[in-house]
Design a protein around this ligand. Structure first.
Ligand SMILES: NC(=O)c1ccc[n+]([C@@H]2O[C@H](COP(=O)([O-])OP(=O)(O)OC[C@H]3O[C@@H](n4cnc5c(N)ncnc54)[C@H](OP(=O)(O)O)[C@@H]3O)[C@@H](O)[C@H]2O)c1
Length: 237
């Protein structure tokens, strides 16, 4: 059984992954901005097993936020061997952005790139110690190709993909394996305004949770680096 940090577990993909992995018996430590968001759910430590479930404050905008979260997790689980990065935001900032959209670009950069980078950096020592560390990152198809006019979101996800490649390279000899999951639209709050096709035809968060559950069972010799998930035809990806 693994000792797992999951960011962005308050809703959407992170929450689906956390619920699935907890049911399977893993120890999971959730980083959330608002602890009350999970009250009375399966992910509420007051209801569930407190030795296997931690809820801790984590805000990707605060560079020091992951240190306390990791410290608390180590104390309770006596190690960390897996990090699943689900915290992320979406903005439609285009190439010719207005002055007031400059903030959105900086915000995307901090949450989607620096957040996972700093969290990984702080957990690295413990992932290495396990000799079979796992890092799963919710990138996006927007980290593989730039479609339409999502300049800033795509820029952040390409950067995140580059970070995944570096983590893979630097972690390889230490037994750390990295997987970049790259879905198109997933039926969560992030896709709530998408109306070009029905929500039931989008990838569902539970399907990504099922993929993660399989991924963490695989040995060091069999971990896919990238998983592209299409819910619409894209012939080049
Ligand atoms: N949904 C899609 O179509 C889709 C497709 C491809 C990739 N992805 C990627 O998958 C990941 C998860 O997306 P989702 O669909 O689950 O989105 P979501 O339902 O909007 O959930 C986003 C999660 O990120 C957290 N978050 C936002 N800002 C944060 C911050 N500053 N610090 C810490 N946590 C923060 C949110 O916490 P709060 O509840 O506190 O806001 C929430 O838990 C993201 O990286 C996203 O880019 C999503």
């Amino acid at each position: 059984m693994r000792k797992i940090l999951i960011s962005g577990a308050s809703r959407g993909i992170g929450k689906a992954i956390a619920s699935k992995l907890l049911k399977e018996g893993h120890s999971i430590s959730l980083g959330v901005r608002e602890k009350d968001s999970l009250i009375n759910t399966i992910l509420d430590p007051k209801i569930n097993d407190q030795e296997k479930l931690i809820l801790h404050k984590y805000d990707a905008l605060d560079n020091n936020s992951s240190e306390e979260w990791i410290k608390k997790t180590l104390k309770t689980f006596n190690g960390i061997d897996t990090v699943i990065h689900c915290a992320g935001i979406f903005k439609r900032t285009s190439l010719l952005f207005s002055d007031k959209e400059m903030h959105d670009i900086e915000y995307l950069w901090k949450v989607n790139v620096m957040g996972p980078w700093i969290l990984t950096k702080n957990a690295w020592k413990y992932l290495s110690m396990s000799q079979s560390g796992r890092i799963i990152v919710l990138v996006s198809m927007s980290g593989k190709r730039s479609k339409g006019n999502l300049a800033s979101y795509s820029m952040s996800k390409f950067a995140l993909m580059s970070l995944c490649q570096t983590m893979r390279n630097e972690g390889w000899k230490k037994g750390i394996r990295v997987t970049a999951i790259c879905p198109g639209w997933v039926n969560t709050d992030m896709a709530k305004d998408i109306d070009q096709f029905p929500k039931e035809d989008m990838t569902q968060a539970i399907d990504i949770a099922n993929i993660c559950s399989k991924l963490i069972e695989l040995p060091n010799s069999s971990i896919p680096f990238e998983i592209a998930i299409n819910c619409q035809l894209e012939t080049n990806n």
